[in-house]
Design a protein around this ligand. Structure first.
Ligand code: GDP
Ligand code: ZN
Length: 359
């Protein structure tokens, strides 16, 4: 496989020349496992590990490579694994919060061109959830397309598709059935050679069925590679980046399934551009859009141009956003803690007073 087949283009070529890669060649990360990265490029696909310098930088807070990343690798005589020297700046990235006290972000996949937001047209259909995924896409730098799956079990699929088009902010909406194959030709025709695609969406919407359908084979049994790595460990790898017959690539990695809303501020403004525009027209700049006079949001609600549930999900995303901001900003976090401490003291005092009153 050549780097062009893997999505290398003029953009990455320019980035490559921007900085020196002594003795390195470009490679794309196609899967990741236990401190090793599987890389492909103009060479035989192999495992790679971070160079000493790279490791030091990463342990000091720099990013580790993610599936989809373009990296510079170096081959050294007598060494089984290639050495990763650096990551090329990412064109897009999906991140998630890392669990634990400290909220840090972790890149799950990089350099995605198109994110397919998959939803199922059965009982579980939820417009608000699609909005959340769209917000994540805008934030990531990838272009979203909405795939409405299970069209075979839905009688009102055209109406639902029209409803989704209303909130899609220009993202294409495709009706498909991974089961019958309906709409899959149109979906595939929208892919371009060298493009990298991911599928997002809740469990059960049909992402695996769709991927298998697009790959035209049952992937897991045929693609699992069992081998020993340089340290003699047995590893069973299933690839996470696949090339489709169209020449586009699909990345399917477990981490994507746990993707959470992370700092989607930028994405939010695009998904809810209509609500933001209304809010900007309110008479008061600090309008809470409740009962204030001259509130354009309430006006639109009354006239029916804005749906109450859309406003509610705008509010909900805003709240989550503020919550994340508080958590990631240690200063406000400390102030918050102090306030809660004072509050708790007041509550305790109240209970003590009440108990005293009882006796
Ligand atoms: P994932 O969790 O998103 O990967 O979803 P799966 O691919 O595992 O699919 C969940 C279930 O939905 C499975 O039972 C599939 O057979 C079923 N399914 C997937 N696509 C379709 C479809 O287009 N129509 C119908 N009726 N069922 C589907
Ligand atoms: Zn208002």
């Amino acid at each position: 496989m050549s780097i062009q087949d893997l999505g290398w283009d003029a953009y990455f070529e320019a980035l490559w020349h921007e900085s020196e890669s002594e003795g390195g060649v470009p490679a794309r990360v196609v899967s990741q496992q236990r401190g090793l990265w599987r890389v492909a490029g103009d060479f035989e696909e192999c495992w790679a590990e971070p160079s000493g310098k790279f490791r030091k930088d990463s342990e000091g807070g720099g990013d580790w490579p993610a599936v989809g990343d373009w990296v510079s690798v170096e081959f050294q005589a007598g060494q089984a694994n290639a050495l990763i020297q650096r990551i090329l700046p990412r064109r897009s990235r999906f991140v998630r919060k890392v669990a634990g006290k400290q909220i840090a972000e972790q890149v799950i996949v990089a350099n995605i061109d198109v994110a397919l937001v998959v939803a199922a047209l059965d009982g579980d259909f939820n417009v608000r959830r699609i909005e959340r995924y769209l917000a994540q896409c805008w934030e990531s730098g990838a272009r979203p397309a909405i795939v409405l799956n299970k069209a075979d079990v839905c009688e009102e699929s055209a109406e639902l598709a029209a409803e989704i088009e209303g909130i899609a902010m220009g993202a294409p909406v495709l009706l498909v059935s991974a089961k019958t194959g309906e709409g899959l030709d149109a979906l595939e025709a929208s892919f371009q050679r060298g493009q990298t695609i991911v599928l997002l969406g809740s469990s059960g919407v049909g992402k695996s069925t769709l991927v298998n359908r697009l790959l035209d084979e049952e992937r897991q049994p045929t693609h699992a590679v069992r081998e020993s790595d340089s340290r003699g460990r047995h590893t069973t790898t299933s690839r996470e980046l696949f090339v489709l017959p169209s020449g586009a690539m699909i990345i399917d990695t477990p981490g994507l399934r746990e993707l959470q809303l992370w700092n989607a501020a930028e994405g939010l403004t695009q998904t809810f551009a209509d609500v933001d525009e209304l809010a900007a027209q309110c008479r008061f700049s600090d309008c809470q859009h409740a009962k204030e006079p001259g509130c354009a949001v309430q006006g639109a609600l009354t006239s029916g141009t804005l749906g109450a549930d859309r406003l509610e999900s705008w509010r909900k995303l805003r709240r989550e956003q503020e919550f994340l901001l508080r958590k990631t900003n240690p200063e406000t976090g400390a102030a918050q803690k102090k306030r809660i401490k004072i509050l708790m003291r007041q509550v305790r005092q109240k209970y003590q007073d009440r108990d005293k009153g009882k006796n």
